[in-house]
Design a protein around this ligand. Structure first.
Ligand code: CTP
Length: 400
């Protein structure tokens, strides 16, 4: 998507740098249009380096490219963060005295303004009136967050966190194709206790599951996130059910699945657990041989959900992290697993050096229950999440 990121001259301009990074990481093409005052806070090289695009502030620069018209016409979304009191006033009165205000007049794309200023300025009748005018014209103006401002003062006026600005902006252009749907996502990695202090676990961070939950929320779904030992924060606006073990995860997923339209098993669930976890810490000091730990298989939550449906229709999705070996390629292993598990969709990704676990990028192929390729996606875990929901949404509207 082509996004224009307008930056007005406020101290919160430094947060727009993080917003720019976030939008770029999600694969968007971002053209930064700062005001002249914004460049007093964060310089042109920062914007150019991080956006990979030239940065101009005035309508008299790059005149041959008619930038004051072309940038607005080409945008799919315009975000202004921070929007100062002055920027709101100029936008409300239809001024076009720099590239950013000209772009706001030209564009027909959805626009989100994220104000940041001192409380007195935000509450001034002039600003209140300007915000009302902009909102009446269909411009989305966020309410600023409350908290610490530039100095020691606190109150409404802070720029919301970059993640929240990005989510609000992207929600304006995202299809609400999961509205009125309930989806369940399992995320993270289970831990099976050996004794009160030790467990058998895995390296899953939960990032992919969190990205799935975030993306489903943005597409309008009610989301239950069954969270097993996440190392990343759960997103806002989803119901989080914390679990520890494979058994707890199975119970939580099954309970939530009863009225769910889709269940996505992104968690790394233990295949085995210690048969007899002991209630006291296993001691070395007792001497003798190291303990032998007997393992038993855990329930395969995905396979049992797929085989014994708790609700019809319901789209059941599994994930498979595979490595190629002498017995088959990543895709061949994925195909065999798709057939074995019986899930409607299986998202296969290759793991190994620098791929998969703990990283933010992924390359996946989505298979159906017969092992046939439905889609493939690469890029950030957010991009992968959207590809998964595309496939789920397609199933929900026309079941296979
Ligand atoms: N899964 C599950 N319950 C388990 C193990 C795995 O629900 N006890 C789910 C995972 O959440 C994932 C899918 O099954 O969606 C695939 O997990 P994976 O570990 O690749 O499958 P396994 O059947 O354990 O296959 P392998 O023999 O390759 O380990």
């Amino acid at each position: 998507m082509r996004i224009v990121l307008g930056v007005a001259g406020g101290i919160a301009a430094y947060k727009a740098v993080l917003l720019l990074r976030l939008l770029r990481e999600q694969g968007h093409d971002v053209r930064v249009v700062p005001t002249r005052a914004a460049l007093e806070f964060v310089g042109r090289p920062t914007w150019e380096a991080l956006s990979g695009q030239p940065v101009t502030t005035d309508v008299f620069e790059d005149v041959d490219q008619v930038a004051h018209v072309a940038i607005g016409q080409g945008a799919d979304l315009v975000v202004v963060a921070p929007a100062t009191a002055d920027l709101l006033a100029r936008a409300a009165s239809g001024r076009a005295d720099d590239l950013l205000t000209a772009t706001l007049l030209v564009t027909r794309a959805p626009a989100l303004l994220a104000p940041a200023m001192h409380t007195e300025m935000w509450e001034h009748p002039a600003t209140v009136a300007n915000v009302a005018v902009l909102r009446s014209r269909g411009v989305h103006v966020l309410d600023p967050a409350s908290g610490r401002l530039t100095g020691s003062d606190t109150g409404p006026g802070r720029l919301p966190e970059p993640e929240d600005v990005a989510a609000a902006a992207l929600a304006l252009v995202r299809r609400q194709d999961l509205a009125d749907r309930h989806v369940v996502v399992s995320a993270g990695g289970t831990r099976e206790p050996l004794d009160p202090v030790r467990f058998l676990g895995n390296r899953s961070s939960g990032r992919q599951g969190v990205a799935l939950a975030t993306a489903a929320r943005a597409r309008g779904a009610r989301v239950t996130l069954v969270a097993a030992n996440l190392t990343v924060p759960a997103p806002a606006g989803v119901d989080v059910v914390p679990v520890e073990t494979a058994a707890q995860l199975g119970d939580a997923v099954r309970a939530a699945a009863k009225d769910a339209d889709a269940v996505v098993m992104a968690a790394a669930v233990a295949d085995f657990r210690p048969l007899n976890p002991v209630g006291t810490k296993i001691k070395k000091s007792a001497g003798g041989a190291p303990p032998t730990i007997e393992l038993v298989e855990t329930e395969d939550v995905l396979a049992s959900l797929a085989r014994k449906r708790v609700r019809e229709p319901q789209v059941v999705v599994g994930f498979a992290a595979e490595t190629g070996d002498e017995s088959g390629t990543v895709l061949e292993h994925g195909r065999a697993k798709a057939v074995r598990k019986g899930a409607d969709l299986l998202v296969v990704n290759a793991v190994g050096e620098g791929l998969g676990f703990g990283t933010s990028d992924n390359d996946v192929t989505i298979l159906d229950a017969a092992g046939d390729v439905v889609a493939s996606a690469s890029g950030s875990k957010v991009a992968v999440a959207d590809a998964v929901w595309d496939a789920v949404a397609a199933r929900l509207t026309s079941p296979a």
